[in-house]
Write a protein that binds this ligand. Structure first.
Ligand code: TPP
Ligand code: MG
Length: 331
């Protein structure tokens, strides 16, 4: 039996099992979305597949009752951890009135839910970064105990918004965690054509904060660095930049054909390091999971996804006049 790394991090067996269940729920929802898209039932999918370990490992290290999250479009694992449900995700996929993110106005992946402190993002990538810095500044001015957690892709780390936000947070020592989910591609552009420096985390030094690059396929490693960053932020020591390295296992979105720009044996090789498989193996090696329990969990999750799909498919659309809601001062 291998050493229980999770116990060294202060995580119980129940907590790591919960992490695994959340990762699997994200994966199964995502897979269902692709089927629904190909069946012509939902218009668009943008996947979390391959990034669940980074997302769930990080979100578990935050305080779900105090911290504010500003996720980017792939962060299904983050928002599920913060309390969004499978049904709510499906309502957004089907663009129904009850969708808590936008009442069916926005494309899927534009997460926002006030009660869970998930702050709405926009379609232009990286705009969430200065917003996270602003929320952290407000928290500091009001002396509130909060950390803001913001994510973005490595391609997006080239946008001015990232640099301006990181600089401001560094100067003012704000409680922000910047997490770059490096999945090696920005649509068709490979990492080698995106960055002149070796790592995204190398940029941290320019903004006076520590920068770390970690294995994004390992939820425990991501948990460890995000927890340390959250503790540091709460002590008033300022922001941290974390880069999680994984691989985008699907095309960029349901509108993309990745065969045009990457070899399929590269994708097949990355699938051997799929975080769902490697974390499952770890949990079995330390005696937290076995084949019977694995099947039970999978069946339970499929049933949750089935129910969520049926509910969302049958739910009503908004009335056309609803499009004017929140546009003018008076409803
Ligand atoms: C400002 C802006 N430029 C371009 C786009 C179009 N676009 C959407 S996603 C994307 C790629 C982003 O790549 P990365 O940041 O690595 O994130 P990933 O999709 O790989 O997770 C681009 C160029 C956009 N939404 N906003
Ligand atoms: Mg990318």
């Amino acid at each position: 039996m291998v050493g229980k790394r999770h116990q060294e991090l202060g995580l119980t067996d129940a907590q790591v099992l919960e992490m695994y269940k959340t990762m699997l729920l994200a994966r199964r929802i995502d897979e269902r979305m692709w089927l629904l898209n190909r069946a012509g039932k939902i218009p668009f999918v943008i996947s979390c597949q391959g990034q669940e370990a980074a997302q769930v490992g990080a979100a578990f290290a935050l305080d779900k009752n105090k911290d504010y999250i500003l996720p980017y479009y792939r962060d299904l694992g983050v928002v599920l951890t913060f309390g969004m449900t499978a049904t709510e995700i499906m309502l957004s996929g089907f663009a129904k009135l009850e969708d808590p993110n936008s009442g069916g106005r926005q494309m899927p992946g534009h997460f926002g839910q006030k009660k869970n402190r998930i702050i709405t993002g926009s379609s232009p990538v990286t705009t969430q970064v200065p917003h996270a810095v602003g929320v952290a500044l407000a928290g500091k001015m009001e002396q509130r105990d909060l950390v803001t957690f913001v994510t973005f892709g490595e391609g997006s780390s080239n946008q001015g918004d990232f640099h301006e936000g990181a600089n401001f947070a560094g100067v003012h020592k704000l409680p922000v965690i910047f997490m770059c989910e490096n999945n090696k591609y920005a649509i068709s552009v490979p990492l080698s054509k995106q960055l002149a420096c070796e790592r995204v985390s190398d940029r941290a030094i320019g903004y006076g904060m520590p920068g770390y690059t970690v294995d994004g396929n390992d939820p425990l490693e991501v948990y460890r660095v995000v927890k340390a960053a959250a503790d540091r932020a709460r002590r008033g020591e300022g922001p941290t930049l974390i880069e999680t390295v994984s691989y985008r296992l699907t095309p960029h979105s349901s509108d993309d054909d990745d065969r045009a720009y990457r070899a399929q044996d590269e994708v097949a090789e990355a699938k051997t390091k799929d975080p769902l498989l490697t974390f499952c193996s770890y949990l079995k090696a330390v005696g937290v999971l076995n084949d019977v329990l694995e099947r039970e969990i999978n069946d339970q999750i499929i049933s949750v996804v089935d129910k969520a799909t049926d509910y969302a498919e049958l739910a009503p659309y908004a009335e056309p006049e609803h499009a004017l809601k929140y546009v003018y001062e008076k409803e």
